[in-house]
Design a protein. Structure first.
Lengths: 384, 168
């Protein structure tokens, strides 16, 4: 009887703990949220760039999510809604000033603080998207050439394109104008991905495996084979894949069920697809600085032309550590896989403009190449 | 003042072009895109995506194997338009390097109408090559080539009409 009673108390205590934990986490998150906002104001990094567009996009996402009810951007922290902070990450103090809040610097991208329902976006990322998309339209460049042009000349050189005060067309153009739909849809996917993280909540990544004695190019090669280097790697990447899935589901739900031909689907579906092309183009350029592979340099030179290739090379320091890590990063699944999964999910909607188009077999070939390489790497490692 | 204003617009030709482009389009008014617009943008995406994915694969191969890098450059595949092109290139190389060893005995058996024996012979030769090819080439590339051969199937891989007929 005493045992049964003790078990009952334990069960009750466990239940109370389970009920209490989320509210403790939420209270902690709210405290973090207010403190983060105060810190961003103190550091003077808030940047009201394309606030209306961002509000419209994330408003759409929040509306179809049916999880949250309100959004605020760059204002006082709202514990009941989604909070977006657009910041100029280039103005952040040196070091990791956001580390106390569990945030890495969102340089050139976006990041989420799940417990506080905060998304932080570096406006340099947004400006680069806008500059690249408008440059493609204005100069008839493909994505890789436009990305390279922005990288070679620097973002400030294109203020005439990304600054609404100097380019009023940014505000007056219709939503399905090609260049506008590209950056709008790309922004939507990125925000949807961060909302996905918030929906999933904080996930404690398993501790990393002991560092293995890989050096130089070996270390780079093993990046293509996550399970060989870090058992926790796959778990971390699966969280990212889940966030992508939520983003694709939100985007897919946006047009509504009764109006399949809405321009909005056009914007979000094609813009999301373009985001991956944009990201892969950035990766292609990044390889130039980490490898001396003759093939890679020849390919990029042929893609960009000699002058643009040389101009890009001048923007960074070169070392020969291997480029596999560019395509197989730790933080996210490779872009080609993210694109295939997210685009495939978007296209699976019967309202997709590309509904029913077959999944390219080439994707499987690339996976086959990677897996084959990893088998060889594993065999090579075990024989040492 | 007017001259200064015009000068400023000319100094920003892209902004001017975009300002002119924007409102004129039917799409800009928020109208549903035409099938042509959809197809054009969808095609542009597919082309770019395939090129970049092809590059990712080729770069991975080039980083893993000096032999693959040499093959990529020598094969004029500096700009593979797709991964399929790349694999076709390897397939061609596999033809040149492996075909005599893989297909010779199989073709002789096929000529005698011994279908199963012919296919089995090519399959066995393929496994044999998989083992023996490594010293001459990068092991990883050789394994990849043989895998391409295996996925293509011996009846497609071997040039002999008699063996190809078996696959029909």
């Amino acid at each position: 009887m005493a045992v049964t009673h003790r078990r009952g108390l334990l069960r009750l205590a466990s239940l109370l703990l389970l009920v209490a934990l989320p509210s403790v986490a939420a209270a902690q998150g709210q405290g973090d949220g207010a403190a983060l906002h105060a810190a961003l104001v103190r550091m003077d990094v808030l940047d009201d760039y394309l606030v209306d567009l961002t509000r419209a996009v994330i408003g759409d996402l929040v509306r179809v999510s049916r999880r949250w009810t309100s959004v605020q951007i760059n204002g006082r922290y709202d514990p009941g809604g989604i909070n977006v902070y657009l910041i100029d990450a280039g103005k952040l103090p040196a070091g990791r000033p956001l580390a106390d809040f569990g945030l890495s610097n969102p340089e050139g991208n976006a990041t989420a603080l799940e417990t506080a329902r905060i998304v932080v976006v570096d406006t340099a990322f947004l400006k680069a998207l806008v500059a690249t998309a408008t440059l493609m339209a204005a100069r008839s460049l493909d994505t890789t050439q436009a990305v390279a042009t922005v990288r070679a000349q620097g973002l400030d050189a294109f203020a005439d394109l990304w600054d609404p005060a100097r380019n009023p067309a940014l505000l007056s153009a219709g939503p399905t104008q090609k260049w506008r739909l590209l950056y709008t849809g790309a922004l939507a996917f990125v925000l949807g991905h961060e909302l996905g993280h918030i929906a999933l909540g904080p996930r404690e990544a398993a501790p990393r495996a002991q560092p293995r004695p890989f050096t130089g190019r070996d270390r780079d090669t093993y990046r293509a084979c996550p399970s060989l280097i870090d058992p926790a790697h796959r778990a971390r990447q699966s969280v990212e894949a889940e966030a992508d899935t939520i983003a694709a589901e939100l985007l897919g739900a946006l047009p509504g069920q009764l109006t399949p031909q809405q321009p909005r689907r056009f914007v979000y579906e094609l813009g999301a697809q373009w985001y991956f092309v944009y990201s892969m183009a950035q990766g292609l350029l990044s390889t130039l600085f980490v490898t001396e592979s003759r093939f890679i340099h020849a390919y990029v030179k042929a893609s960009l032309g000699p002058a643009l290739y040389d101009a890009v090379l001048l923007t960074g320091r070169r070392e020969d550590v291997g480029s596999v890590h560019v395509f197989f990063p730790f933080g996210h699944p490779p872009d080609y896989r993210r694109a295939a999964q997210s685009v495939g999910r978007l296209r699976s909607s019967p309202y997709s403009y590309f509904y029913g188009e077959p999944h390219p077999a080439e994707q499987q070939m690339l996976e086959q190449v990677r897996e084959r390489a990893c088998v060889e790497v594993a065999a090579d490692r075990s024989s040492r | 003042v007017i001259r200064r204003a015009i000068g400023r617009r000319i100094a920003r030709p892209w902004a001017l072009a975009l300002a002119l482009l924007g409102p004129a389009s039917a799409l800009a008014q928020g109208a549903a895109p035409s099938p042509h617009d959809v197809a054009a943008l969808g095609q542009a995406y597919e082309t770019s995506y395939r090129q970049l994915r092809g590059f990712a694969t080729a770069a991975l191969l080039a980083e893993l194997s000096d032999t693959a890098e040499d093959a990529l450059i020598a094969g004029s595949h500096v700009r593979p338009t797709s991964l399929r092109d790349l694999v076709r290139h390897f397939e061609n190389q596999a033809h040149a390097d492996l075909r005599p060893r893989l297909c010779g005995r199989g073709e002789a058996l096929a000529a005698r109408g011994l279908k199963d024996a012919a296919l089995a012979s090519v399959g066995a030769a393929s496994r044999d090559v998989n083992v023996r090819f490594s010293p001459a080439h990068s092991g990883r590339l050789a394994a990849l080539l043989v895998r391409v051969v295996e996925s293509a199937g011996p009846t497609r891989f071997c040039a002999s009409d008699s063996l190809r007929d078996l696959g029909r």
